[in-house]
Design a protein around this ligand. Structure first.
Ligand code: SF4
Length: 227
């Protein structure tokens, strides 16, 4: 398992205030928010771990990665022409969970949440740039256990088993109910692809604030998810 714990992360206070809807907050709230941001900048250590795995034993609805069987029709189809993938966990880091907003202050609590989200995005960006440079990757896509019904969130246990001691190395713990702690963490696989894939193309959830692209019924049919 490779560790990336040198993620560049520079917080723009004005961007945090804008994203946290605090740009026009009163002077006291803005002042405390800026203090929180400064504290976060000092301690934040977003990071990621990954493992390179060969794709083996491709069956109709499953594949083996590092000898572990993952069951998903969509994953299987996406890895049809793929020999190697990158399994990963990225996180905002436990350091940010050690600072807190003043008790009961929902606005500043949300501000801290925005910072953690930005730290997680920085860890994912750094991981992506690292893989592109080290393995000369072209276009890639990714899948995350739980993003589609077809690849249930319980498959995260296998991903953590594949990676090894994720908690010891980057502090991310997987609970019995498949929740990652810190919550601003993401697990998944990155794979080379000629045609970009987004799970949202196969997801019918309405009003999802994180949707990247619209549902594509024809594509769902090609994946064997629709009659
Ligand atoms: S639409 Fe929302 S829930 Fe569905 S895959 Fe995309 S981000 Fe996930």
């Amino acid at each position: 398992m490779e560790t990336l714990d040198n993620t560049p992360f520079h917080i723009d206070p004005d961007e945090v205030l804008r994203r946290a809807h605090l740009a026009k907050a009163d002077a006291d709230t803005t002042h405390t928010a800026r203090e929180l941001i400064e504290q976060a900048q000092q301690v934040a250590r977003p990071k990621a771990v990954y493992e390179v795995c060969y794709v083996e034993n491709k069956r109709p609805d499953s594949v083996e990665l590092a000898g572990i069987t993952f069951t998903s029709r969509v994953l299987r189809v996406n890895l049809d022409q793929v020999e190697c993938i990158f399994a990963y966990v990225a996180t905002c880091g436990t350091e940010l969970t050690e600072i807190s907003a003043p008790a009961g202050d929902i606005l500043l609590d949300y501000c801290l949440d925005v910072i953690k989200e930005m730290a997680l995005r920085a860890a994912l960006q750094h991981l992506s740039e690292h893989l592109r440079a080290k393995y000369a990757l072209g276009q890639t896509s990714q899948m995350n256990p739980g993003s589609l019904e077809d690849w249930p969130i319980t498959e995260q246990f296998k991903l953590f088993e594949l990676l090894g001691n994720v908690e010891e190395v980057v502090g991310v713990r997987l609970t019995d109910s498949c929740l990652m702690i810190p919550q601003k963490s993401v697990s998944g696989i990155i794979f080379p692809t000629e045609v970009r894939f987004e799970s949202c193309q196969l997801c019918q959830r309405e009003n999802c604030p994180s949707r990247q692209t619209s549902f594509d019924p024809a594509l769902a049919q090609r994946y064997g998810l629709e009659e």
